[in-house]
Design a protein around this ligand. Structure first.
Ligand code: NDP
Length: 338
């Protein structure tokens, strides 16, 4: 990571450096750390916030000159931590590098997990069975009080979070419509992910009219991944007693002049519950989520689409692509095989 920015990220904000980790692939004795070989890394929109020199955020900024930090799946090579042994597969916070020294104390509670399931693709621990999947689960169940028959709108619907939001809502007998940035994504939502309907928001001159078309009776749940104009239009179309999970604002990340929201009064007139949330506040529910979603996956009730960039050298482009919608499905970077 080269340095702080106040605009949309570019590939040149990152550079590939060749360095030595020294120590002959050993965890320093007495360090309590373990050395891992990184196998796959996660690209997540929240990481853009860490490129800003702001300590006001819920997560500290990246350190200029140091590797980008993020979730990854890794294999333990050497360990000075009795809980982790060479050969263990783990998911947790690591670096965008081939090898990293990892310490339990640098992780959020419950963030570092040993991978026990060997019949699931490893990268799924960064998506379906990881933080994005958990975000979908928490947002729907804890924030939106999902119930059978709800009408559900989800934005960035084919992404890491959105695709699971839609499928979980379908499994609970809801009517689900997704918005996405391209026809390819809309086809995916309808033909592979079981959404009742989907539309390309970029092709809709009037989002309010579009939502009225898809939700003639109104929206019970809006799972908001994007903020901005879509949120404003959704407010106009919510049912009385509707719930909005304010999950993300990816449309606003790099706006110097964020779009105004005009329809907030609907919160009152329709008694809408609109709640922001961070998945990290609900980590006690992680085991419940994990077992539930793993079961659905093994029963063939859930599909998960990934966009895999091959090699660390393609990581900057993969990350930047999140903000133009280049990714189709959960963006991961494959670094090495176990
Ligand atoms: P995605 O896999 O959905 O990738 C990002 C997608 O955002 C892009 O593919 C693109 O899809 C869409 N996008 C990009 N720019 C814009 C724009 N200007 N307007 C509208 N859509 C845009 O990411 P995730 O599923 O990982 O994350 C989705 C959201 O959830 C993000 O806002 C993220 O910050 C948030 N989040 C929140 C968490 C929490 O705890 N609250 C935890 C995890 C994620 P398209 O082509 O469809 O436009």
């Amino acid at each position: 990571f080269k340095g702080f920015i106040d605009r949309a990220p570019r590939e040149t904000d990152m550079e590939l450096k060749v360095g030595s980790i020294g120590g002959g692939l050993k965890a320093p004795p007495g360090s309590g750390a373990f050395l891992v070989k990184n196998l796959c890394l996660s690209c997540d929109p929240y990481m853009r916030g860490r490129m800003r020199d702001s300590r006001a955020s819920y997560i500290p900024p990246f350190v200029p000159g140091q590797p980008i930090e993020g979730s990854g799946v890794s294999k333990v090579i050497d360990s000075d931590d009795p809980d982790f042994k060479p050969g263990d597969l783990v998911s947790g916070l690591t670096g965008w590098e081939e090898y990293s020294l990892v310490r339990k104390t640098d992780q959020l509670p419950n963030q570092l997990r040993k991978i026990e399931q060997h019949d699931v693709p490893l990268s799924y621990h960064l998506g379906l069975l990881g933080m994005p999947g958990f975000t979908a689960y928490v947002g729907l169940h804890e924030i939106c009080s999902l119930k059978q028959g709800d009408t559900v709108l989800v934005s960035a619907a084919s992404g890491a979070v959105g695709q699971l939001v839609g499928q979980l809502a379908k499994l609970h007998g809801c009517y689900v419509v997704g918005s996405a940035g391209s026809r390819q994504k809309v086809d995916l939502l309808k033909s592979q992910l079981g959404f009742d309907d989907a539309f390309v928001y970029k092709e809709e001159p009037d989002l309010d009219a579009a939502l009225k078309r898809y939700f003639p009776q109104g929206i019970d749940i809006y799972f908001d991944n994007v903020g901005g104009d879509m949120l404003d239009a959704a407010l106009l179309n919510m049912c009385v007693g509707g719930r909005i999970a304010v999950c993300g604002m990816v449309s606003q990340h790099s706006q110097t002049d964020p779009q105004g929201i005009h329809n907030l009064f609907n919160l009152i007139s329709k008694r809408i519950r609109m709640q922001g949330f961070l998945q990290s506040d609900y980590l006690h529910l992680f085991p419940l989520f994990f077992n539930q979603v793993l079961k659905y996956y093994k029963q063939g009730k859930i599909t998960y689409v990934e966009d895999v960039a091959q090699g660390l050298e393609h990581a900057p482009a993969a990350f930047v692509g999140l903000f133009s919608g280049r990714n189709v499905g959960k963006q991961v970077i494959h670094v090495a095989n176990p």
